[in-house]
Design a protein around this ligand. Sequence first.
Ligand code: WTA
Length: 655
Amino acid sequence: MSSKKDKKKRKSDAKPAETAHMPSREFSTKARIPSMKAYRKLYKESIDSPSKFWAREAGELSWQKKWKKVLDWKAPDAKWFVGGKLNVCENCVDRHADGPRANKAAIIWEGEPGDKQVITYAQLKREVSRVANVLEKKGVKSGDRVLIYMPMIPEAAYAMLACARIGAVHNVVFGGFASDAIVDRLEDSGATTVITADGGWRRGKVVALKPVVDEALKKYKKVERVIVAKRTGNDVTMKKDRDSWLHDDLKDVSALHSPKGFDSEHPLFLLYTSGSTGKPKGILHTSGGYLTGTYTTCKYIFDMRDEDVYWCTADIGWITGHSYIIYGPLANGATQVMYEGAPNFPDFSRFWQICEDHGVTIFYTAPTAIRAFIKAGDDLVKKHDLSKLRLLGSVGEPINPEAWNWYHKVIGGGRCPIVDTWWQTETGAIMISPMPGATPCKPGTATLPFFGVDAAILDEQGKECKANEDGRLVIRKPWPSMIRSIYGDKKRFKKTYWMDYKGMYTAGDGARRDRDGNFWIIGRLDDVLNVSGHRLGTAEIESALVAHPAVAEAAVIGRPHELKGQAVACFVILKGKHRESEQLRQELRNHVGKIIGAIAKPDDLHFAPGLPKTRSGKIMRRLLKELVNTGKVTGNVTTLEDPTIIAKLAKIIAK
Ligand code: WTA
């Protein structure tokens, strides 16, 4: 940034005083949004006349029946493109397969062992249609819930798209989750169909998936069919009349399937995410609005073009995989890379090898991965040709300036803009992000709201915070890809997101704006941790711990971690006859891994004689956090049930 005005503005910022990076002229002139003037003009229209703005965007998709009204809004209930009918899968697949993109690569897939597959849009249409026919033949109907538990293989994309095609509601469960997590999701969603695989490859080893499903189905008996894709060839048992191999099922079906139109508000998927209670919530997304949101954000924020090779490194088990591997990029007719395995297999140069081999131009990853690459050293990057890259993205947690600068310099060669994208499972699509060809970017800020997003920072009284003042991030107007409900629990939906300020969505994040209006996200205000960009509820981990026979009580907090962003720290009180031991510590860590999944395994596990509680019995996690992070507690502790506990815990932590 070089103008005098901008320099003056920067000086007036109390914090943080980072230099802003401007996109190159070369990038800007070709970009859809080439200047801040263009951004502001369109942003103004999107806020002043949202119906006009969103009708134009949605109009670029194909509708089997046009909507009558763009929005029906009675907070917190939104209906977008009311009366319209569309098939989401047709928009992502047939629309391209039946036109000039027929032989364009939709997915360039690479397995961890190095096997490769290129799937064109025409092939994608055939594969997805065949899976849709299999599902219908087996009796899966529109509105049925289908649980998908798969590795990052093309069949996972086919499965999701096939569900969308027949109007079934997919619920993808991250392949790293344990069998209890599957049971919870099956119970809550009432799914009767499971699509899985024998296993997937991760760091050179087979991660078995079907056996985990089998374990879950011992507890949940209502699943009528399990369809299994063959990937790794590990031994699996198939239950007669319930389980079938996908490749066998596919033999008997045709590759023709006509996509029926569904109501714009027809449920598209459920995705479970952590909140402040022990039970993950099923975030419900619907069709027309969600597709419009993911399509539009991809188009402007990734400035996606036919000649691009886009790669989002997320897993389909997370919202990023839903919105920015499946629906957004495919709705745009993009060519994208999909990779099965770990970033460090066989070593930390794998991602850069993939970028080089496939000529990746747009690369979207998480800060935790970037920090791991920094640690692995620049040499692993430098031996690869990354000159095709033109745009980088970041998602999942605040990106620290050190990681931003390294990403910009070492990966982006100093020439690629970085879009730091803030959003949530609930928002469905990116909400705050730079426009890559326009926005001045300071490392660490997601910058400005996307079109149609009326974001603000409020204090506890509901007053808008002044520049650089910390407050709560809210969205004041509805947007197309917004959460419609928590599945089966409208009350919890209202209570969680809509009670703090009338008619406004509370994101649960703390944030501030600088004088240029940039949003700086500080982190979660609730009891949700962000470990390696993944959301974990402290209550979930606590309830897993107390489910162990040795544990009487547990408290879980987050502490800063160099690579993961946050690490899981817990305090455990043992039941009477149980004694502390290293063995028990490991057992408890593994127990959490077994119940929730390896990502939730506590990093620190302290055996404690008690917890800091108020006289009414509430655990003061805030004090534990302070203690773990600073080694002491500064505030008044006399209101605690047992004020001496702080000193005892401090000793334990210091050990
Ligand atoms: C955090 C992931 C800072 C935030 C898409 C949010 C971020 C939570 C960013 C949602 C970002 C996500 N900068 N923080 N660019 N992106 N977050 O539902 O705390 O897995 O509330 O969605 O991640 O996590 P979720």
